[in-house]
Write a protein that binds this ligand. Structure first.
Ligand code: NA7
Length: 540
């Protein structure tokens, strides 16, 4: 432990993204002294780092925000159906300023370690700035997806041009007139390529797996639409808290087989015109992710669209998946269309793998050297473990998170880990699989309920007269939760995907896990509500 004088606070929050901002607000408004530390120079979290062109939310604007600031809900501008990265960054910083949270925040500060002190029942938090905090509560809101996954390709460091990862996008890069390669065709790669295609001299996608993507339906929101949403916000959120996805007020309970083949095609076409991947997946058919036949039919419809849109048969072939529609659903603002331009090309890595990176660019196994100015990795994240590996968190009896997660990340409800008293995660492993903006809200509320529960007993006083009661989940509850998450994911077609961060299989060497609680928001809320009603029996 550092010899530096400790600053005593009630709570330390790590991270000032969607989760950390709300957690800081919640502590502050409940009267706790709180320090939020953030490694970036401002609030924003993933929306600060992922500044690549085209970055935007694929949850619709009216739901990609906090529900608890009613005034903002009604007045804060969101002119389009989806909010872009700069808009989200601005919004989060607006919330920080509006609620005077900046005074509780410390930027350009990373947590190096957090160590549980069982004598004093405190967390000692050491930062790279030399700051040391002692806090009764520690909340890590560091994001599940905040550490870049950089695949180890031979010769990676030999490239003489500019090498970038979408996760840490620099401000000084201008791609105009450049020859650019993108490795990665997940939601990030698809957004990025669609956005940069008009301005680069040449764009080549080095694609390992083609994906099924549907249109976002991005476009302006009229004054009438906004008025209608404003007039119904309470009712909308009532439905959202009852939904699995946290995105949709209308999740279908009708299986695909209940429609005739003609009706299905009409519905697919309607969904395609409406846009939004989650709407496409869940609003009209209930079984796209659970019934293989329904899934194949959906995949076939999208593949038909690819064939219609992409004129060059070679490019169309490369862009057409041969798999189920089983990845995290994607949507785009014209992705397939960019391949109709002569300066946009695709290398199908299934046929011609990368041999190595060379100073001039990428050498593929057929001996071709693709000369490049800029090489962009849109290769995703080392989810959860990557994030938590940046810091050393040591709980009871010297037990570290790295040890706790030796069989892959786990928690109870995405929030608590056995052996880590008075510590909580926002967006930890096995939280609800739902819209992130709603997930952070329900998790923070649950954390505050847990804290209020022990504090109302009067046990956790600053005076230290009594040993404060601790909040610590039972180990058997965490183990059962993990089993439950495995079971709930068992029937999902998403499980058939390889290389998925949702199943911990995208980074070599990581243990496969089920990252989410698949029943989503509704199921998670039912369980945690019961937990609160019964006086938190899962906790010691
Ligand atoms: P994803 O969804 O993990 O996608 C990563 C992409 O990078 C995907 O196309 C991968 O191909 C590709 N990739 C990864 N490693 C390699 C190597 N070694 N060679 C070639 N291609 C590779 O990350 P995103 O950033 O797009 O999205 C992550 C989340 O962010 C998303 O779910 C949203 O919640 C926001 P693969 O498909 O594995 O063959």
């Amino acid at each position: 432990m550092s010899s530096q004088k400790e600053t005593r606070v009630d709570a330390v929050v790590v991270g000032a993204g969607f989760g950390g901002v709300y957690q800081t607000y919640s502590f502050k408004s409940a009267g706790y002294s709180v320090r939020c530390i953030e490694r970036a120079p401002t609030a924003g979290g993933v929306w600060y780092w992922n500044r690549y062109p085209g970055a935007m939310s694929d949850t619709e604007s009216y739901l990609y925000r906090y529900s608890w600031d009613k005034e903002d809900l009604l007045t804060y501008p969101w002119p389009n159906r989806y909010v872009t990265q700069p808009e989200i960054l601005k919004y989060l910083n607006h919330v920080v300023d509006k609620h005077n949270l900046r005074e509780s925040m410390q930027f350009n500060t990373s947590m190096e370690s957090a160590t549980w002190d069982a004598e004093q029942n405190l967390w000692h938090v050491v930062c790279d700035t030399g700051d040391v905090f002692a806090a009764r509560y520690l909340v890590t809101a560091m994001g599940a997806l905040s550490e870049a996954h950089f695949p180890q390709i031979a010769g990676l460091n030999s490239f003489a041009g500019r090498l970038l990862h979408t996760q840490d996008w620099p401000d000084d890069i201008d791609l105009t007139g450049k020859t650019v390669a993108v490795i990665g065709s997940g939601s990030t790669g698809v957004q990025l390529m669609t956005a940069i295609a008009p301005r680069v001299k040449r764009l080549v996608s080095f694609q390992r797996s083609p994906q099924h993507s549907v249109p976002t339906g991005q476009g302006p929101v009229s004054e009438e639409e906004r008025k209608e949403i404003n007039a119904n916000y309470d009712k909308i959120y009532e439905k959202i808290w009852q939904s699995n996805s946290g995105f949709l007020t209308n999740e279908s309970d009708r299986p695909m087989s209940s429609y005739t083949p003609e009706q299905r095609q009409e519905i697919f076409e309607w969904l395609w015109q409406q846009g939004n991947a989650f709407r496409f997946n869940m609003s009209k058919f209930s079984d796209i992710t659970t019934n293989e036949e329904a899934n194949r039919e959906t995949a076939k419809f999208i593949e038909g669209k690819i064939a219609q849109i992409v004129k060059d048969p070679k490019k169309a072939k490369a862009l057409t998946p041969k798999t189920l529609y089983h990845r995290r659903p994607l949507c785009d603002t014209g992705y397939y269309y960019i391949f109709n331009q002569d300066h946009v090309d695709i290398v199908d890595l299934r046929e011609t793998p990368i041999e190595s990176i060379v100073p001039e660019g990428i050498r593929t196994k057929d001996g071709t050297v693709h000369e490049l100015d800029v090489l962009i990795f849109a290769t995703g994240f080392d989810a959860l473990e990557g994030t938590y590996a940046r810091t050393k968190i040591t709980g009871r009896d010297g037990h570290t998170i790295a040890e706790h997660w030796k069989n892959g990340p786990s928690s109870f409800a995405g929030v608590s880990m056995a052996g880590f008293p008075n510590m909580f995660m926002v967006f930890g492993p096995q939280g609800p699989m739902s819209n992130g903006a709603t997930v952070v809200e329900v998790e923070v509320r649950f954390i505050m309920q847990l804290i209020a529960n022990v504090e109302k007993s009067g046990a956790a006083t600053e005076s230290g007269a009594k040993k404060p009661k601790l909040i610590e989940v039972k180990p058997e509850v965490e183990a059962q939760w993990r089993k439950l998450c495995d079971k709930e994911a068992e029937t999902s077609i998403l499980k058939k995907a390889t290389n998925s961060w949702i199943f911990g299989t995208n980074v070599p060497g990581r243990k496969p896990i089920v990252t989410f609680y698949f029943p989503g928001l509704k199921g998670w809320l039912e369980i945690t509500r019961k937990e609160a009603e019964q006086g938190f029996p899962s906790y010691m």
